[in-house]
Design a protein around this ligand. Sequence first.
Ligand SMILES: C[S@@+](CC[C@H](N)C(=O)[O-])C[C@H]1O[C@@H](n2cnc3c(N)ncnc32)[C@H](O)[C@@H]1O
Length: 254
Amino acid sequence: MRHRIQLPMKEYRHVSQSEAFFYLYHPNGEKEQIAFHEYDRIYQSPGLYEQIFYDRLRCKSPSVVTELLYKAHQSVGESFTEMRVLDLGAGNGLMGEALKKYGVARIVGVDIAPIAKEAAFRDRPGIYDDYHIKDFTNLNKEAINEFQEWSFDCLTTVAALGFGDIPVKAFHQAMNLIDENGWIAFNIKEAFLSPSDQSGFSKYIRNLILSEYWEVHFIERYKHRLSMEGVPLFYYAIVARKKSSIPDELTQVE
Ligand SMILES: C[S@@+](CC[C@H](N)C(=O)[O-])C[C@H]1O[C@@H](n2cnc3c(N)ncnc32)[C@H](O)[C@@H]1O
C-alpha cells in the first residue's frame, strides 16, 4: 500500500537525526506527525517504514552489509547458505530479507518491540525461522540457554545501534551468543566511532578492532541514507570474525 507522506518544510528540517519526523496524510485528510524513531507507530502501517526510509531517503544498508558479509565469506571459501544468523534489531525484516536473497539457511530475529515481530510476519512471512521480543540488556539464564541452542555463527544488526536504540550492553550480549569463529556484520553512524562519542560505542568498537577478540575483514564508510535535508548520512559497515569470548570489561566507559 502507498501512503501519502511528506517531509517537513525546509525551515523545520535542521533538527538532529534523533528528532527527525515526517507527516502522514490519512484518507480523511487528517495530518499525523510521526518521529523517525516512533517505530511502533510506523510498523503499524504496512509499507510505511519502507516508503519513508528506503524509497524517499534511499537507505541501502541491509544490502551493503549483506554484500560485505558475503564477500568476506567468499574470501575464506566458506558456505554462506549454511549460516545460522541472529538478527538483532530485526524490525519488520529488511535485513532478514536481504540475507534470504543470498540463500541463508537459518535466521532468527530479535527486537524489543512486539509490533516489529508482528510486522515482520505480516509483511515478510517465511523470512525468520523464529523471532523473539527481548531486551538484551537484561537476558535471564533461560533465555541465554535458549539462544545458545541455536549455535549461531553470525550476528547482524543494521540501522539499530545507538540513538536510544540498541546500547553497547545489548550488542555485547548478542555478540557473546555467537560461536567462536562466528561472524559479526553491522553498521553504525560514523559519529558513534568518533573520539568525542558519549554512547560508549566508539571506545567499545575501537577496542575490539585492535583486540585479539576480533579478526576484522571489512570496514567500509558508505552512504547509509539521506537526511531530511537531502544530505548523505555516512555510516560504517563492519564485518569481523569473533575469535573468542569478549570480556564484559570492554563495555565499561570511564
Ligand atoms: C531502524 S530499525 C532497523 C530495522 C531493520 N534492522 C532494518 O534494517 O530495517 C531499528 C530497530 O531496532 C529496534 N530496537 C531498538 N532498541 C532495541 C533494543 N534495545 N533491542 C532490540 N531491538 C531494538 C527497534 O524496535 C527497531 O525495530
